[in-house]
Write a protein that binds this ligand. Structure first.
Ligand code: GDP
Length: 536
């Protein structure tokens, strides 16, 4: 029988990271801590752990070479192994069914001796780079999904049950994020549901969420905005967890949602896939604890770290102008620490932090990684997604602003000449071309017809990535997605509104409409050849 990685970890009394390290050394390919292992692998793991406990060599091969204490070597190996192992899978959800990663590898289970060699290699590799001592940080989670599927309700439920109310009345103000205390640790939730907020931030080059929760109502299943949310999370390479909400309703049909998920290439674990699916009810609270646990497991696998003593960097997640207080901006601290009195540089302005409050409205003097803080001291309201840097004094802040103004001008000039740039010419010589597309059409039938034709156009040299295929006119969200993913938006029998066209213009996104399928396909052919007429 098969057993999940995290279950095995629990049974054996070791942490998940430790097991993943062993699996890496065995060459076992897994997708997440909820991937299953076969009996042979489980046996091998037990042998390795037993050998280790007996003071054997398998897990501490570095000792002899490095002269370092065994525990240090093992820890270091854990750190380095974890990063590359985690990266290709949960960090980059694979939308294509061609994904050839299987939970159990074709390779025969190696013996402990072979494992020792593998982890020896890892340990030696680690020795070349000094072991980092960067501490873990809490995950930042965003909730996305179709309208009315319960995003706000889910956030409210978590806030009500997991946010420690402060002395002062416990009135939590809306600052754009809140911190939930769970049995597995702290989780930071972005408080603005929906993928618009997410994409706006991403469109400005920042990524604030580590994990995306895609909420799907059990009585409604997958809807257009669900697909969009999935596309956005995938484009951002953010691992996603599906929360099937409203399971308390009599008409809830969890199985149907699971089946529908496979149609968008998110195959639930029960069906042999690797998509974590958690049934919940934002109304009764059923399953919410499980959801939080899965978030923590995913975060652990992602091995999120940030240095509180490093150089500060953060992102604006919200800002508003208060009549009395002035500009209030919420900064998500990503690296380093900010303190009252520091100078912050945002966009092409700077300000001095006069006061800071945490997400509960309490005054604080400093804030470290994965902490949302409301900052008072900017003279102009910054924009969501703006990156924030700090400077030790006013002079340094001014200088940073000057550098930014220069950089922007250079980028603008470069953009004007973009079509002729060397980089682009080189780009067209690269062997495998990837053409990113967003499709919009009037009916599901047209969408499928176009996708069918496109599928046949793919070759060894050209990969067509349809990042999003939707019914109806393109939205601003599509444009933002296209802009971050350098995709072309192709519309069939639908046209963009003036507002959307304007944003596309501003962002330099190609947005084209067609009334005849074959004209659209001709355009795709041109994109494939890479000799598209420049649009000015
Ligand atoms: P959002 O648009 O995704 O933020 O959805 P809301 O949170 O506003 O929820 C839409 C509607 O669904 C509201 O009337 C909620 O009360 C209801 N709702 C949300 N979650 C649940 C749930 O788990 N069970 C039931 N029965 N209703 C829910």
């Amino acid at each position: 029988s098969k057993v999940r990685i995290y279950t095995l970890a629990k049974d054996l009394g070791v942490d998940n990271q430790k097991l993943l390290e062993i699996l890496d050394s065995l060459g076992v390919v897994y997708k997440s801590v909820s991937s299953t292992l076969d009996e042979d692998t489980v046996e091998t793991i037990k042998e390795i752990l037993a050998a280790e406990a007996a003071g054997g060599t398998p897990a501490q091969p570095g000792t002899a070479t490095q002269g370092a204490p065994a525990t240090d070597t093992t820890d270091a190996a854990t750190e380095t192994d974890a990063a590359p192992a985690a990266a290709p899978t949960p960090a980059a959800p694979q939308p294509t069914p061609k994904d050839d990663v299987t939970p159990t590898p074709a390779a025969p289970t190696p013996t402990p001796a072979q494992a020792a060699t593998a982890s020896h290699a890892a340990a030696v590799a680690v020795a070349e780079a000094p072991a980092r001592e960067i501490p873990h940080r809490s995950p930042v989670v965003t909730i996305m999904g179709h309208v009315d599927h319960g995003k706000t309700s889910l956030l409210d439920y978590i806030r009500k049950t997991k946010v420690a109310a402060k002395e002062a009345g416990g009135i939590t103000q809306h600052v754009g994020a809140f911190e939930a205390q769970t049995s597995k640790g702290r989780i930071v939730f972005i408080d603005t549901p929906g993928h618009e907020a997410f994409t706006t931030i991403r469109a400005r080059g920042a990524n604030v969420a580590d994990i995306a929760i895609i909420v799907v109502a059990a009585d409604d299943s997958i809807m257009p905005q669900t697909r969009e949310a999935i596309a956005h999370a995938q484009a951002a390479k953010v691992p996603l967890i599906v929360a099937i909400n409203k399971v308390d309703l009599p008409q809830a049909d969890v199985d149907r949602v699971k089946t529908d998920l496979t149609m968008v290439n998110l195959v639930p674990e029960e069906f042999g896939g690797d998509t974590v699916v958690v049934p919940v009810s934002a109304k009764t609270g059923e399953g919410v604890e499980d959801l939080l646990e899965y978030i923590s497991l995913t975060a652990e696998l992602e091995d999120l770290r940030a240095d509180p003593n490093g150089e500060f960097s953060g992102v604006i997640i919200e800002s508003k102008v208060d009549r009395q207080a002035g500009v209030l901006a919420t900064v998500m601290v990503q690296e380093g620490t900010i303190n009252v009195g520091d100078f912050l540089v945002v966009g092409e302005t700077y300000g001095k932090i006069k006061a800071m409050t945490d997400s509960l409205g309490g005054r604080i003097k400093s804030a470290g990684p994965s902490t949302p803080v409301q900052v008072l001291g900017f003279s102009e309201a910054p924009v969501s997604g703006d990156k924030v840097a700090s400077a030790s004094n006013e002079h340094a802040a001014r200088e940073k602003v000057a550098v930014r103004v220069d950089t922007r001008r250079t980028v603008e000039e470069a953009r004007a000449q973009r079509k002729l740039s060397l980089e682009e010419m080189m780009g067209s010589l690269v062997e495998v071309r990837e053409v990113n597309l967003i499709l919009r059409a009037d009916t599901q039938g047209s969408v499928e017809a176009i996708q069918g034709i496109l599928a046949k156009k793919e070759s060894d040299d050209v990969k067509l990535n349809v990042m999003l295929a939707g019914i109806g006119a393109p939205t601003e969200g599509d444009v933002l997605l296209a802009s971050t993913a350098e995709a072309t938006i192709l519309c069939f029998s639908v046209t963009a509104s003036g507002a959307v066209k304007k944003v596309a213009d501003q962002k330099g996104v190609d947005l084209k409409s067609f009334r005849i399928i074959y004209e659209l396909i001709d355009e795709v052919d041109r994109l494939i050849k890479g000799n598209v007429e420049p649009v000015f």
